[in-house]
Ligand binder design. Structure first.
Ligand code: NOJ
Length: 764
């Protein structure tokens, strides 16, 4: 019945839309076609001429990317010796390098290639500039909690300014993988669980890195990754298989990538995972049909680290040669440190097993991006000693990092209103292994950072108070190396607990900073237990027994299981890993210099057994609680998360009223609401709009974020906030990836989170 209705209404609507908006549509289409034609053709004549000069081997060389000869961000291949790499650079068999940065190194390598190779085609230098370069900003998940697109764009912009000053012209960011599973360590690098928020953040980051003019010296090419599905690794175990429905693929996984492509992202990185049985690097469906076909992507696709040859380990390819053939046919343009292309593509073409047109197309895409960056005009334009000296750790970058860090903090609970702290009157105990730490808080994926360059909490507090004393309590027993296998937990040394307890007893209030070490999340850092690692829970409970006026600061790269803390600790603040300015930003929030405004971009589960979880559930046939056991739930725990998506408190209070919904012409709906700051402090609120499509030809989520606005209100001030929903917000993709808009009833909810809000309904 609903299938029938859905399709019928869709057809009617199609006709209605077409007649009313035909003129506008035709005009916009013509303008669009014309401008993409101009854009795409700007360099085509030059590219034709260049490609005509290149040998087959040189074209394949453009598709080959080598890791720098010292650092590595993945397993080192046997073939990876520096001598051979230099030979290949001279022979024009390398198009790009990664992990080479700094004036000296970049200039040395670039001039080697430009002067020694036959055609002197400049290299493109790629690096993981994930959340800052030298000045480290909060981990991306934390930044996402700001819901502040301007601040996020600025963070990427400044990362581009610093990294480009060190010779980098291409970042492997943003990671736009949606994930519903906090066990997966790479949630730290993404925007959380929601594709709508994720799309906006993807665009902000791409714009920040690439700026308005890619050829400017301080803008760099961005790379939306990992295409696609990587965030749905089964069990949250990194690199694991991904099995998702076409519905999830089109409605959850792909939208942030599509948004990045629309924002003109220059490159896409494919992924380590299989998606429904096909390795992403060998997926024609993803790379040719969707990315380069349906979306018309003009940039190039880089593989993930050796992901092409890993298709052999996946048992998808017989050997590296077979993997190379599969990958190039599937649309992977560049092979990252995989040696499959450089070693095998030439013979594959000569033997007629791979069409040379595929090589031409891939090389053209890569060379086009180099031209857009201006590398042909001046291969050394990104290497400027003065700029390098001035840009790194520039005071304005540090100020922006502090601002971004403040905005990323989420106040989860403030029951006794222990916060904000009073500057003069209280005797404060500061406890925990992370409170004096100036390294871990830099977080994961910060390859260019200087170790121990962050402001610790203890240092940050000094500017506000000298009434505090610090005790570590327990320690982390980890090495500092980013790729260590042993970054696991604390020591078994309990001797510091007694001192921490004694300090807590004689203090008015206790600030405890606990959580994960910065290298406990990120790539390869999946966890099957998401509680506080090591002895920290024990420390927390013992200190609580001595003094329950605790403000718990949770530093982590993922949502943790905070159930015990939530049941006992009056005030809990999620401080993630906030980067260089961590301690300053936390102190600003603790003392009320900044009123927290962050909202969770990912649900915090009650325990690991609830994972994966999202507020965007589909209704089951048995979702309503019953007085018997036969409904969809766990018998040993509540069904809802501990802290839901969108949750975050402020030192002030906001009251919502006057929700109004009005349907307009052209399938648009206007929604307005009044928000009043009823508390004592000035504060920012993220006004969130959620929709539910009541009946559709595919079961739709019980709630989906479809609008948000961040507003600033002084105490007592009110503001009317308006949203206009369009077809884009009300429609959805079917299993074939077709976008549908179906008539019917929609529930609206507007509030400061995903659980409570004012509700209404409209009919489309
Ligand atoms: C592997 C990671 O998956 C990817 O995100 C990163 O950009 C590359 N290594 C390069 O370091």
């Amino acid at each position: 019945m609903s299938d029938f209705l859905g399709i019928h209404h869709l057809q009617l609507k199609g006709i209605r839309m077409l007649s009313s908006r035909l003129h506008t549509l035709v005009l916009f289409t013509l303008i669009g076609v014309f401008s993409s034609f101009v854009q795409a053709n700007r360099y085509e004549a030059e590219l034709d001429a260049l490609l005509a000069k290149m040998t087959l081997a040189e074209k394949i060389g453009q598709m080959n990317q080598y890791n720098g000869f010292w650092d590595a961000t993945g397993p080192q291949p046997d073939e990876g010796d520096a001598k051979k790499k230099y030979e290949h650079l001279r022979e024009g068999l390398v198009g790009s390098v990664l992990n080479v940065s700094g004036y000296e190194r970049v200039r040395e390598l670039q001039s080697f290639v430009v002067n020694e190779s036959r055609l002197g085609i400049p290299l493109i230098f790629g690096l993981d500039v994930i959340h800052g370069h030298k000045t480290i900003f909060p981990i991306p998940l934390a930044e996402s909690a700001s819901w502040d697109m301007e601040a996020i764009e600025r963070s990427a912009r400044l990362a581009a300014i610093e990294s480009s000053a060190q010779g980098i012209n291409w970042t492997f960011a943003p990671m736009v993988d949606i994930s519903e599973d906090a066990r997966w360590g790479r949630v730290a690098e993404g925007a959380g669980e929601d594709p709508y928020l994720g799309q906006h953040i993807a665009v902000a980051r791409v714009n920040g890195f690439q700026g308005d003019d890619l050829s400017a010296v301080d803008t760099i090419a961005a790379c939306a990754k990992h295409f696609a599905g990587y965030g749905f690794a089964e069990g949250g175990r990194d690199y694991n298989r991904v099995d998702v429905s076409p519905y999830t693929l089109h409605n959850t996984i792909l939208p942030p990538f599509e948004a990045a492509v629309k924002a003109d992202v220059k490159t896409i990185m494919n992924a380590f995972n299989t998606l429904n049985g096909i390795p992403a690097s060998g997926s024609e469906y993803l790379q040719r049909d969707i990315l380069k076909g349906k979306w018309g992507f003009q940039g190039f696709v880089v593989s993930d680290w050796a992901s092409i040859k890993e298709m052999v380990d996946h048992s998808f390819a017989t050997n590296n040669e077979h993997a190379a053939a599969l990958a190039v046919k599937a649309g992977s343009d560049m092979d990252m440190e995989g040696y499959a292309y450089v070693n095998h593509l030439e013979s594959l073409v000569r033997e007629g097993k791979v069409d040379e047109k595929l090589i031409d197309d891939a090389a053209r895409r890569i060379l086009r991006v180099k031209m857009e960056l201006g590398l042909f005009e001046d291969p050394y334009k990104y290497t400027d000693k003065t700029r390098e000296a001035e840009a790194l750790y520039h005071p304005s970058h540090l100020a922006a990092a502090r601002d971004m860090a403040k905005r990323s903090i989420v106040l989860l609970k403030n029951e006794k209103r222990l916060l904000p702290l009073n500057k003069n009157q209280q005797k404060i105990a500061v406890i925990g292994p992370l409170a004096a730490d100036n390294n871990s808080v830099l977080g994961t994926w910060r390859v260019s950072s200087d170790d121990h360059s962050a402001v610790s909490l203890v240092d940050g507090l000094k500017q506000y108070s000298n009434h505090f004393t610090y005790e570590q309590g327990v320690k982390f027993s980890i090495g500092e190396e980013a790729f260590s296998q042993h970054i696991i937990a604390n020591t078994t040394d309990r001797t510091g607990i007694a001192e921490a307890v004694a300090l807590a007893k004689e203090s008015d209030v206790v600030v405890m900073m606990l959580g994960e070490h910065g290298f406990q999340s990120g790539e390869g850092r999946s966890r099957s237990n998401i509680q506080l690692p090591g002895l920290q829970q024990e420390l927390l409970e013992e200190v609580y027994a001595a003094n329950n006026n605790i403000i718990l600061l949770v530093a982590s790269g993922r949502p943790l299981d905070l159930s015990w803390a939530d049941a006992h600790i009056p005030t809990i603040v999620q401080t993630w890993q906030l980067g260089t300015e961590s301690g300053n930003a936390i102190a600003d929030v603790l003392f009320g210099e900044y009123n927290p405004s962050g909202k969770l971009p990912m649900s915090f589960p009650r325990n690991v057994g609830q994972l994966p979880t999202t507020y965007r559930q589909l209704s089951t046939g048995r979702s309503t609680p019953k007085d018997n056991v036969f409904w969809s739930h766990y018998t040993d725990i509540e069904s809802d998360p501990l802290y839901p998506f969108g949750h975050g408190l402020s030192y002030t209070d906001f009251k919502y009223s006057k929700l109004k919904v009005k349907t307009l012409k052209d399938n648009r709906v206007k929604i307005s609401v009044k928000v009043k700051n009823t508390g004592k402090y000035e504060g920012e609120e993220v006004v969130q709009l959620y929709l539910r499509d009541r009946v559709a030809s595919t079961v739709r989520p019980v709630k989906e974020l479809k609008g948000f606005k961040k507003i600033l209100l002084s105490a007592g001030e009110s503001q009317k906030v308006e949203f206009v929903l369009t077809e884009k917000e009300m429609g959805f993709y079917n299993a074939k990836g077709e976008f549908l808009l179906e008539d019917g009833d929609f529930d609206v909810m507007v509030g400061g989170g995903s659980i409570d809000g004012l509700t209404d309904r409209f009919t489309l």
